[in-house]
Design a protein around this ligand. Sequence first.
Ligand code: SF4
Ligand code: SF4
Length: 222
Amino acid sequence: MIAMELKPIKEILQMLEGYEKIVLFGDSGCAQMCDVGGILQLEDMEELLSSHGKIVLGYVFVEGGICDGNAFKLSVANKMHMLEEADAYLVQACGVATQVVTEALPAKEAFPATNTQFLGSMPERFMHYEKCSMCGDCVLHLTGGICPITRCPKGLLNGPCGGAMNGKCEVNPEQDCAWQLIYDRLKALGKLDNIRKIWDLRDWSPTHKPRKIEVTGDSMMS
Ligand code: SF4
Ligand code: SF4
């Protein structure tokens, strides 16, 4: 999921300075799972903004993700009157969501209530761990399912830097060295030969932005 945190309320209030009537946006996807844009957080934000003199007209809560164009259109369809009455929108979801709202409803300004952080896992509530940098050319099949680009602070692809101490990373001793984890995993899998492979210079062109994927009927089999 996309991991994100709410911005400090002081920053949100600064963004909304000069705007009185606000509509909030949240969704049941990453925003709810990160506890920033579920129904409870929308209600909390309504109370908070009201206590600072704002008028919250209501909220749009998208079942799924705001990034899903169809789900978004369905959710706003019967709320156009409220959206037209608003002075501004506050989006309690990721940076993509704020841009979706901006593009779909350009007559009013949409502000981000969150800081979008990374693509990660959530093994338990309130804990998010960065796991993937969306490099566009996944190598997990060679590294025992552990991402060296994301989990090694140096993003090393050809083995460890040599600074690990007792299996811990020299950059952050609180975390395991990613290459130690990869070694242990490959050893358990009987695939240690993978670690001896010297990889060619990596082609980073798949990460050139902005990227686009067009899914066609043939994509699965090509
Ligand atoms: S190699 Fe790492 S950054 Fe690239 S797609 Fe796989 S998990 Fe993500
Ligand atoms: S100690 Fe391990 S995880 Fe840390 S920078 Fe070096 S190779 Fe990467």
